[in-house]
Design a protein around this ligand. Structure first.
Ligand code: PSU
Ligand code: MN
Length: 307
């Protein structure tokens, strides 16, 4: 007999799913590894509130004491935000945490996988993982890209995190058949910045158009996800030329410190937070909120099935 997945679907999420109302999945590595406490908890609560305001139900996904949680209560979310030693869980280690009774934040890859398992089709994050600079020697390419290629979930992001090699990230996504859609823009956004200097491969201007596109992909039996790249609001952006120096410095510091593997992304993000004296964090929070609002609208468009 196969083991049953230790799955807890939070009652409001189960209710919304069973009646066909819109649900938006949210990741939790951004809570456990992406931002310091207490801003992580404030961000997580604010993002859920925005989704509710837009008429959808938020489902923050995480692993707590060996159980896969689809939606957290405020108390569970607060405890996770302050928890020491939470794992960073991707496709490779999600089952390990469940089998061993551990706790952790789910990355974009693991959140997509869990969302799909629960029947959730739309997911909001900050920025996805991708091809790291220097990947030609380190081989550091996020499992988020493979997951986008295989799991049919719409991921709303502000583009790949700008610490990455965005051109190489777009190349891998194209190879793996993952559409990248600029939302209301021809320019590929770069997380903290509205423009990366590269073009967005595709462009759509409404949540309804994004919903229709993913339904058409499903009709063709193509499978896999769509990456929506939603530029950070102008008022909150840090332009790419300004970010470039901070990113290069953080990169050099990480190399000097010998940081590798799973620690690379959290290490770079926290160093950039120090170098920008908190500005990068404020921008990160603003872009996640902006993505949550769009994700809720896409989920609503999918639920309404108007074409
Ligand atoms: N978006 C953010 N902050 C984050 C992340 C995304 O605004 O911390 C996380 C996501 O969980 C993403 C992960 O999947 O960083 C990528 O890690 P890696 O590069 O090690 O695959
Ligand atoms: Mn990596």
């Amino acid at each position: 007999m196969p083991l049953a997945v230790p799955l807890d679907i939070h009652p409001p999420v189960a209710d919304a799913l069973s009646t066909g109302r819109p649900v938006v999945a949210l990741e939790s590595t951004i809570i456990t590894h992406g931002m310091p406490w207490p801003q992580n908890e404030d961000m997580a609560a604010a993002v859920e509130a925005i989704i509710v305001e837009e008429g959808a139900t938020p489902a923050t996904i995480a692993v707590i004491d060996g159980r896969l949680k689809i939606g957290l209560s405020p108390a569970e979310r607060q405890a996770l935000a302050q928890r020491d030693g939470a794992m960073k869980l991707s496709r490779a280690d999600l089952a390990f945490a469940l089998a061993e009774g551990r706790s952790g934040g789910t990355t974009v890859a693991a959140t997509m996988l869990a969302a799909h398992l629960a029947g959730i089709a739309v997911f909001a994050t900050g920025g996805i993982g991708g091809v790291h600079r220097g990947a030609e020697t380190s081989f550091d390419i996020s499992a988020d890209l493979d997951e986008l290629a295989r799991t049919p979930v719409i991921v709303v992001s502000a583009g790949p995190k700008a610490i990455l090699d965005i051109a190489k990230t777009l190349e891998v996504l194209e190879t793996r058949g993952v559409p990248v859609v600029g939302y209301g823009t021809d320019a590929m956004p770069a997380f903290w910045s509205r423009e990366s200097g590269l073009a967005a491969p595709l462009r759509l201007d409404t949540p309804e158009a994004i919903a229709r596109f993913q339904r058409m992909r499903a009709a063709l039996g193509i499978g896999g996800g769509v990456l929506v790249a939603n530029p950070v609001p102008e008022a909150d952006e840090i332009p790419a030329d300004e970010m470039a120096g901070f990113i290069a410095r953080a990169q050099a510091d990480a190399e000097a410190a010998g940081i590798t593997g799973k620690a690379v992304t959290p290490g770079l993000l926290s160093r950039i937070l120090e170098l920008t004296e908190g500005r990068s964090l404020a921008t990160n929070i603003a872009l996640v909120k902006n993505n949550a609002r769009l994700a809720a609208r896409i989920a609503s468009a999918l639920a309404a099935r108007k074409d």
